[in-house]
Design a protein around this ligand. Structure first.
Ligand code: F6P
Length: 323
């Protein structure tokens, strides 16, 4: 079999570890592997390069995506996907492994349906919002990066007795904010999935200091409200009796060395994707559900979201002053 592999959409830590797992396991099974540069953009242009065992040496520990990645507007059109399918046929490629998030999933589902191609998608996204897996590659690293940043912010918040609104990424999903806020011991966590009573929130800020604690940390998911943490702070401005600051963590959450958890997840899912292709399994999202490998047909995963860990919500209600 001749298979192609690409990273697509927003990069995330662990994408390289997944790429390595795909390439090495495919070569070991006697397949040929071609790398596609810059995601779907490179697929449309035919930006291909043959990959060997050594092409993926020394990348397991690196953040980003060594093949490059892109968000491709052209691939959202049937014409763009037609071009991509033509490039794959010309190069005599039988199957594709794509590492990416929901946009990648939607693109791959359309490509597989319209052109009869066998495609496996590995969930790579710091947002952890992909249906068919409890955890996506990159989430653990991004969450730990954000957590470390909030721990540092807490030092200065405490010294000055300030309120901090800390915005974390996640697009429309509150998964990252929820986990990071819980782990950081935030006083409140604002996520798009739960509607917010701003009266309650003002009360949280008023009550959140004690003789041993002078700071308040409110974690805000970027998708909570247009304007994110700045908009939340503006809305609360008049009811806050202390100085406040806003910190948007931004793209630092996307980079850096992947954690052990992201690397092992990438290895497991990458090897499983290649095996699934060799077994002739239909195009699927390769993930983990209930602690086990799970293959979800692309058509069943697309357009949905992973809400599995919202079981954490009651914990936050107990440990913080507000969910
Ligand atoms: O999907 C990952 C993500 O980092 C989101 O959390 C964020 O909203 C978005 O990508 C940013 O996208 P871009 O890289 O196109 O600015």
């Amino acid at each position: 079999m001749h298979l192609a592999v690409l990273g697509s959409g927003g990069d995330g830590p662990g994408m390289n570890a997944a790429l390595r797992a795909v390439v090495r396991s495919a070569l070991q099974l006697g397949h040929r592997v071609t790398g596609v540069k810059q995601g779907f953009e490179g697929l449309i242009r035919g930006a291909f390069e043959p990959l060997s065992r050594s092409s993926v040496s020394n990348i397991v520990q690196r953040g980003g995506c060594v093949l490059g990645t892109a968000r491709s507007a052209a691939f959202r059109t049937p014409e763009g996907r037609g071009e991509a399918a033509a490039r794959l046929r010309e190069a005599e490629i039988d199957a594709l492994v794509a590492i990416g998030g929901n946009g990648t999933l939607a693109g791959c589902e359309a490509l597989a349906r319209e052109h009869g191609l066998q495609v496996m998608v590995l969930p790579g996204s710091i947002d952890n919002d992909i249906f068919g897996t409890e955890e996506s590659i990159g989430f653990d690293t991004a969450a730990n990066t954000a957590l470390e940043a909030i721990d540092r912010i807490r030092d200065t918040a405490e010294s000055h007795g300030r309120v901090f609104f800390v915005e974390v990424m996640g697009r429309a999903s509150g998964q990252l904010a929820l986990h990071v806020g819980l782990a950081a011991g935030a006083d409140a966590i604002l996520i798009p999935e739960v509607s917010r009573d701003f009266e309650d929130l003002s009360e949280v800020v008023r009550q959140s200091t004690s003789p041993n604690k002078h700071s308040t940390i409110i974690v805000v998911a970027e998708g909570e409200t247009p304007g994110g943490a700045f908009a939340v702070a503006d809305r609360l401005r008049d009811s806050i009796d202390r100085e406040y600051r806003v910190a948007v963590l931004g793209y630092i959450q996307r980079g850096g060395r992947p954690t052990m958890r992201d690397r092992t997840l990438a290895a497991e899912l990458g090897v499983a994707a290649v095996q699934a292709l060799a077994e002739g399994r239909p195009s699927s999202l390769v993930g983990r559900l209930g602690g086990k490998l799970a293959f979800t047909p692309l058509a069943d995963s697309v357009g949905k979201t992973n809400e599995a860990t919202f079981e954490y919500l009651p914990l936050i209600g107990t440990l913080s002053r507000l969910r």
